[in-house]
Each structure stands twice: as structure tokens, then as C-alpha cells.
Ligand binder design. Structure first.
Ligand code: UD1
Length: 416
């Protein structure tokens, strides 16, 4: 799995370029299945989850041509199979997007129950409810979801819980359905807007993405497209957290500031100084960190995918911070690892109380998921001494070239 050795205590200084959004890429890649010609995707992050998504498409018969590190031509016209291999689907959460995409293409999809990061129970009842409303029947047998429809017909779908994944899957399944589909209480995350923009660039008729009501008028066909994926706001937020704990100065380049509002707001409360430019942000910190209370919420609230990283930052603050996880049932599993480094954190259900210690000491720790791993890197960068972080393949699922980028900023980090 690999391990990072991180020597803490060095101030991070310089520039870092943010790559394309992981979660947007993982929705847009399966969406290319709906096109009747090749699609050129630009600004794809070069991370293991994206490689896995290409592996899935290739196994199904697609032709994938890399033009450069972040630009890929995907030709799915040759796909001849409506099934995602079990062992690949199990490796990532976003494999469930092949349900919506294959259902539209073949009126049938067979995909294993998804794997991915474990934050407690991760139901897919809303995805299945949405598919059913569009006319598909499903059956779950031996861990495989089988979906079938004679035809897909638009309708009104109300989600009683805001779900990013269900909103994306219904966009994929409704885009060529007969008539009009309306999703009520839709998720508003930037990657939902990005997927809708991509589908519209192929000829879809989607309005309202980014609000809680999305209207999809089914179209006959979707064409080739060339599309640039948005920057990853969680990667950007993670580098801000690294600047905070190391009292650093980092110019974070190639970001969309609008998507960073909730993170920047919290960083300012903590004491990080922020200068905004058109597509970059300069963050610096040369003082004691302040405590802050944080509640993770659906967009535009503070993202749950930044909750572990901000908790790591607040272990270095003065005073007591309260972190409330508003999305997932069990997303504090990494806290025990921070405590190995001397953090004082208690967890009661969805609430963690962080007694800011201002200093942490290096320790051997283990990442239990992607963002938990990022939190450990942040803690290790700010701690005194040399930490060893195990299971870094989790981290590499979402952070392109993290070791190279951190070294360029002056961090002392190696992968062994
Ligand atoms: C996506 C992100 C993940 C992020 C999450 C919330 C991807 C690949 N993953 O996950 O990184 O943490 O959004 O921003 O983009 N729920 C149900 N029934 C369902 C689906 C979800 O009850 O059918 C609940 C979940 O238990 C959770 C909440 O809805 O409490 C939000 O989950 P959802 O937005 O669906 O998360 P994902 O799309 O799986």
C-alpha cells in the first residue's frame, strides 16, 4: 500500500497548482457513454480513481487515448456490454454512476454494490427510487444491482435527503428519457453543475443545475464534446489547511473561488490571511490559530470532504472547537490516529470536541480513507518530528502527485 514519511515543522512556501475535480471527473467519465461520438476531456486529475474509471470503460470495450497527462479522448461507440466487472465496481463508490449511464445506453445495467470510503452505512435507496420513477425495475442479487427498463419516461422525483450521487445518477438516466424529468430537493454541489454543463455541451437540455430543482427535457441523441473539468475545491482546501498548520504562505493556483467560499470563510476565522485573485488565492498564516466551530453540510455549506482536514488544523488552535458531521453517520474514524500524535479529541456520535493543543508530536499512523489520510498528512506537516503514514494509496485516490507538490512547497516528505 505504501507509506509516507513526513518530517514536520517546516513552513510551506511557494505555489501549488490545483488539478481537476475528482468527483466531477468520476461523474463525467461515465457520462461519455451517452455520446454517439468520441469525447475529449481536459483537466482530468491523474489519480487512481480516474485510472480505475478508465479501466472499467476499457473492459466494456471503449477506446481511450491519452493526449497528455490531463487530456484524454474517450471513444465509447465500441462499448458492447452493460456490466461493470465486480472487482472494479467494488473498488470505488462512484462506480454506481455506471448504473445511470448504462441504463440510458442499453436500457439495462448490471453493477455491483459500490465500494469506496467507509463512513458508516452508505445507502443507495434514493438512486433506486429515482430509476424506478423513470420506469426501470431493479433486483439485487449476490451483491449485484440489475436494472432493466422497456423505456425510460420522465417524471417528478423528490428526494427526502439531499444526495449528490442520486442527483447525478438521475441526471444520467433522465437525459434521454421521454418527456420531462424534474428532480426536487436536488444536490447543488459544483460537480453536479459541471456534469450538467458537460451533458448540455453534448446536446442535452438541462436547466436548474446548482439549484434545488433541476429540469431535464429528454433529447433523442447526444453528440461528441470537448470539455474542461472544474478545479477540485477539496484539494485546494487541503493545501490551505497545510499552510495554516505550518505557518506557511502558499499561492493556490487554478481554483474557482466561488466554490471555495465556505472553506475560505472558516480559514479566515481560524486566522489564515487570504488574498483573492481571479483564479488563484494566496493564503498565509503567521500567528496563533483560533478555535472554530464547524458543521459539515451539503453545498454551499462546509463540505464533509474537508471535515477531517479542518479537524486536523483545529488540533493546533488555541481553545476548544466543536466539529459536527452533518452528512455521514461515522466520519470520525481517523480521530484515534490524530490522538496518537497527542491531539485531545473526544467524539460522541456525530460531534467531535477538539481541545486545541497547539503542538502535536510525530507518530506512526494509518489512513483509514482518502480525506482521513489527508488529515494525517496535515497533522504530520505541523507536528514535531518524523511521522510515518501507512495506507497512502487511499490518499492517492484523490490527490495528484501530493508528494511532489509538497516537496516543491518545502515539505520534507518521502514515499517508501
Ligand atoms: C458524494 C461524494 C463524497 C461526499 C458526499 C457528500 C462522490 C464520488 N462522492 O458521495 O465524497 O462525501 O457526496 O458531499 O462524489 N443517502 C441516502 N440514500 C441514498 C443516497 C444517500 O440516505 O440513496 C444519504 C447518505 O447516507 C448521506 C447523504 O445522503 O447521509 C449524502 O450522501 P450523498 O450525497 O449521496 O453522498 P455520495 O454521493 O455517496
Amino acid at each position: 500500500m505504501g507509506r509516507f514519511i513526513v518530517e514536520g515543522g517546516f513552513s510551506l512556501k511557494g505555489e501549488v497548482k490545483i488539478n481537476g475535480s475528482k468527483n466531477a471527473a468520476l461523474a463525467i467519465i461515465p457520462a461519455t457513454i451517452l455520446s454517439n461520438g468520441p469525447c475529449l476531456l481536459k483537466n482530468l486529475p491523474n489519480i487512481s480513481d480516474v485510472k480505475l474509471s478508465f479501466e472499467i470503460l476499457t473492459k466494456m470495450g471503449a477506446k481511450i487515448k491519452k493526449q497528455d497527462e490531463h487530456t484524454v479522448l474517450i471513444d465509447n461507440t465500441t462499448i458492447n456490454c452493460n456490466e461493470v466487472p465486480f472487482e472494479l465496481a467494488m473498488k470505488m463508490r462512484a462506480s454506481y454512476y455506471y448504473l445511470g449511464a448504462l441504463l440510458t445506453r442499453f436500457k439495462e445495467a448490471n453493477v455491483a454494490m459500490p465500494g469506496g470510503c467507509n463512513f458508516g452505512v452508505r445507502p443507495i435507496n434514493l438512486h433506486l427510487k429515482g430509476f424506478k420513477m423513470l420506469g426501470a425495475n431493479y433486483e439485487i442479487d449476490a451483491g449485484i444491482i440489475h436494472l432493466k427498463a422497456k423505456e425510460l419516461v420522465g417524471g417528478k422525483i423528490y428526494f427526502d435527503v439531499v444526495s449528490v450521487g442520486a442527483t447525478i445518477n438521475i441526471l444520467l438516466a433522465a437525459v434521454k428519457a421521454k418527456g420531462v424529468t424534474i428532480i426536487e430537493n436536488a444536490a447543488k454541489e459544483p460537480h453536479i453543475v459541471d456534469l450538467a454543463n458537460f451533458l448540455n455541451s453534448m446536446g442535452a437540455n438541462i436547466i436548474g443545475a446548482g439549484t434545488n430543482v433541476i429540469k431535464i427535457k429528454g433529447v433523442e441523441s447526444l453528440n461528441s464534446s470537448s470539455y474542461t473539468i472544474i478545479p477540485d475545491q477539496i484539494e485546494a482546501g487541503s493545501y490551505m489547511a497545510m499552510a495554516a498548520v505550518t505557518r506557511g504562505e502558499i499561492l493556490i493556483r487554478d481554483v474557482t473561488l466561488k466554490h471555495l467560499e465556505s472553506i475560505l470563510n472558516k480559514m479566515e476565522t481560524i486566522g489564515v490571511k487570504i488574498k483573492k485573485y481571479d483564479s488563484s488565492v494566496f493564503v498565509s498564516c503567521n500567528c496563533e490559530l483560533n478555535k472554530a466551530d464547524v458543521t459539515s453540510q451539503a453545498y454551499p455549506g462546509f463540505p464533509t470532504d474537508m471535515q477531517p482536514q479542518i479537524t486536523a488544523v483545529l488540533t493546533f488552535a488555541k481553545g476548544t472547537s466543536i466539529i459536527t458531521e452533518g452528512i455521514w453517520a461515522n466520519r470520525f474514524q481517523y480521530v484515534g490516529e490524530l490522538c496518537r500524535m497527542g491531539a485531545l479529541i473526544t467524539v460522541d456520535g456525530k460531534v467531535a470536541v477538539v481541545e486545541g493543543k497547539q503542538t502535536l508530536k510525530a507518530a506512526p499512523v494509518t489512513a483509514c480513507d482518502l480525506r482521513a489520510g489527508a488529515a494525517l498528512v496535515i497533522a504530520a506537516l505541523g507536528a514535531q518530528g518524523k511521522s510515518e503514514i501507512e495506507n497512502v494509496s487511499y490518499i492517492e485516490r484523490g490527490y495528484e502527485n501530493i508528494v511532489g507538490k509538497l516537496k516543491d512547497l518545502g515539505a520534507v516528505i518521502e514515499k517508501v
